[in-house]
Write a new protein. Structure first.
Lengths: 310, 317
């Protein structure tokens, strides 16, 4: 049963007839936003599958201490570079004889956090900046948006590498550089949404009925700027997983022996001709997870935009 | 059109000014004193003071900035700490190598992106469309550094079709264009991969948009051939957003080339930035970032002007 097409009073629901008053209550009660969203999102099977994959990877990474079959930092030199499918080592071993599956599980923690946290922090800051600039306009708008234009002028990858390089290696520094790189992009999305919503009739109506500016800002405009930011953000997580892994690949990210998927790709570079699986396996993981975030982003976009709901 | 051009050129002046401030401050925010770094831990306080004075580090920030900017405008980026040659001498040749690589990848991006996009967009839900759209989704999320490694393993190490690293053969007596192209194939494909996939997807949706317009139906009713409709009439309206995204991708290619250059040891500006970061040679990083960003801003300007020239609606806005 779809919430959009609410049942007529006497129509049987789930094979039985609802008591009249309950059906009536149902008819006039607006389904919750979550319900509407879920109805639309769950129809996109690909997006649901991708979300499930992300959930699974996050769960396994979070439970790494319990699930990881071996210590990710200790190697077994006798089995160095053993291929995929070696008994006891499903995904083989790397150049230092470390179990690749274990490193993949532990590495997931770093690779996902390195992308998720900057997107979250940058989104919070950007929504604030975009909201303030878009709502107040004038000088405030100019100062905020023109400053962000400057950061927008840098090629993103270059800026991330330069900031991470200047700050020096370390997980915190990488996340800081990624956050700085993201802010101008997300702010623009939040700003555009705010400016568009600001000129809608319902905002005028709120103003006419005497709502305070803070009420208009937080009750009427903020909820409408959030959904484009969430959609954009979820796509960005995928891009950032790849970029964050790239920084680690360059040696600008976290410091060994702690594994992350980017470092694992880089570890295999010296054994490409003899044991390509050392680099290939973490790369496939990166693609799968990044792609899943992308698909979820598309699904969210379709589900959150009433015009695109099928 | 002239008014738009003047306005658009005027907007990049404050942006470039801001970029120079950010690049300058970025290097100033690094912990540690450059004078101490140059002299080493055994230096006396007087000596450090002396070097600080000779570098102008005792002056206030804005004086240092203006001095630095004045030199940069004249093409003087200072001296490399690691190899002790003028930074400009180090950076320019590398920059041109990156331009070559970017140009090569751009050609691949446009050919593959436009080709796949147009065919997919005009044959929606055909097997070609389904396969190519699944492939572009995968490629768009593939880390360039990883794809580079895989291409290197398969096409260079196993099959031996292409050289694995560098820009020219070590043994060749002179640098020929054919040799350059042969070395460029793998790095260019690697750099272009993500952008080509993004362009293909965008071209497809841009065409899907246009092809449903009434004027296309009218042309069909008039009896024009499908080829004429797509290439002559559809293209015209689908093109502005495509040029826009291609322009954006040029900047992405220049940044993304960094990973490719590191993987394939392509002697470009990205590899230079990387090795300078490792060597903590900051004047070189500063100059390289500044030059690349400057070009990126100009490319974006060029894109906007071309789009405006094609689409009168944007000019008036």
């Amino acid at each position: 049963m779809s919430v959009v097409n609410l049942p007529l009073k006497d129509e049987p629901v789930d094979g039985r007839v609802l008591p009249l008053d309950a059906a009536e209550a149902r008819m006039f009660r607006r389904p919750s936003e979550w319900r509407i969203f879920w109805e639309a999102f769950s129809r996109d099977h690909l997006a649901v599958g991708a979300a499930a994959l992300i959930g699974l990877v996050c769960l396994i990474s979070a439970l790494a201490p319990a699930l990881s079959p071996y210590d990710p930092t200790v190697g077994d030199n006798a089995l160095r570079l053993a291929p995929v499918g070696t008994p006891g080592h499903l995904l083989g071993l790397d150049g230092q004889g470390r179990d690749i599956l274990s490193r993949l599980i532990w590495g997931g923690q770093v690779s996902i956090i390195i992308a998720l946290l900057p997107v979250t922090v940058a989104s919070l800051i950007s929504v604030l900046l975009g909201l303030v600039a878009g709502f107040f306009g004038g000088k405030v708008d100019m100062v905020i948006m023109r400053t962000l234009d400057v950061f927008f002028a840098f090629p993103a990858v270059l800026l991330a590498v330069a900031i991470a390089g200047v700050l020096g290696p370390g997980m915190l520094n990488v996340m800081l550089s990624l956050t700085i790189v993201l802010i101008p992009y997300i702010s623009r999305v939040a700003y555009m949404a705010t400016v568009t919503v600001k000129s809608e009739l319902f905002v005028d109506q709120a103003r006419v009925s005497g709502a305070r500016p803070s009420q208009i800002l937080f009750h009427h405009i903020l909820p409408n700027t959030l959904s484009p930011v969430i959609v954009y953000g979820s796509t960005l997580v995928g891009i950032l997983i790849v970029l964050g892994a790239g920084l680690s690949f360059l040696g600008l990210g976290i410091t060994p022996p702690r594994p992350d998927w980017g470092i694992m790709c880089s570890d295999g570079r010296n054994f490409l001709s003899v044991a390509p699986h050392v680099s290939a396996v973490p790369g496939i993981m990166l693609i799968l997870v990044a792609m899943s975030f992308n698909i979820v982003g598309d699904g969210l976009r379709d589900a959150l935009d009433p015009k695109l709901r099928r | 059109m002239l008014k738009f051009l003047v306005y658009r050129v005027a907007t990049i002046v404050p942006v470039l000014f801001g970029v120079s401030v950010v690049v300058f401050l970025m290097m100033k925010l690094i912990p540690g004193d450059p004078a101490e770094a140059i002299l080493g831990p055994a230096a006396t306080t007087e000596k450090i003071e002396m070097v600080r004075k000779s570098l102008g580090l005792d002056q206030p920030f804005y004086v240092q900035y203006v001095r630095w900017l004045w030199k940069v405008v004249q093409g003087d980026f200072g001296t490399s700490i690691a190899v002790n040659v003028p930074v400009a001498q180090l950076v320019w040749p590398k920059f041109w190598n990156t331009v070559l690589l970017t140009a090569g990848s751009l050609v691949i991006c446009i050919v593959i992106g436009l080709g796949v996009g147009i065919v997919s967009g005009t044959r929606q839900y055909s097997w070609f469309d389904r396969i190519s759209m699944s492939l572009t989704l995968i490629v768009a999320n593939t880390p360039a550094f990883w794809l580079g490694l895989i291409l290197m393993v398969v096409l260079a190490l196993y099959l031996g079709w292409f050289p694995a690293t560098g820009m020219y053969s070590m043994r060749a007596s002179q640098k020929t264009f054919g040799d350059l192209i042969h070395h460029m194939v793998l790095p260019a494909i690697t750099t272009a991969s993500v952008s080509a996939a993004i362009i293909a997807r965008l071209v497809r949706s841009s065409f899907l948009d246009v092809i449903r317009k009434h004027y296309i139906t009218a042309l069909r009713a008039k009896g024009l051939s499908e080829r004429d409709i797509i290439l002559r009439h559809g293209m015209k309206n689908a093109l502005p957003p495509i040029i826009n995204i291609v322009g954006l991708q040029v900047g992405y290619l220049m940044g993304g080339a960094l990973f490719t250059e590191v993987v394939f040891s392509w002697p470009g500006i990205g590899l230079q930035i990387y090795s300078s970061i490792v060597a903590r040679d900051l004047p070189v990083v500063q100059a390289a970032v500044l030059v690349t960003t400057f070009v990126f801003v100009l490319v974006n300007l060029g894109t906007d002007v071309v789009v405006a020239a094609l689409d009168p609606r944007i000019r008036r806005a």
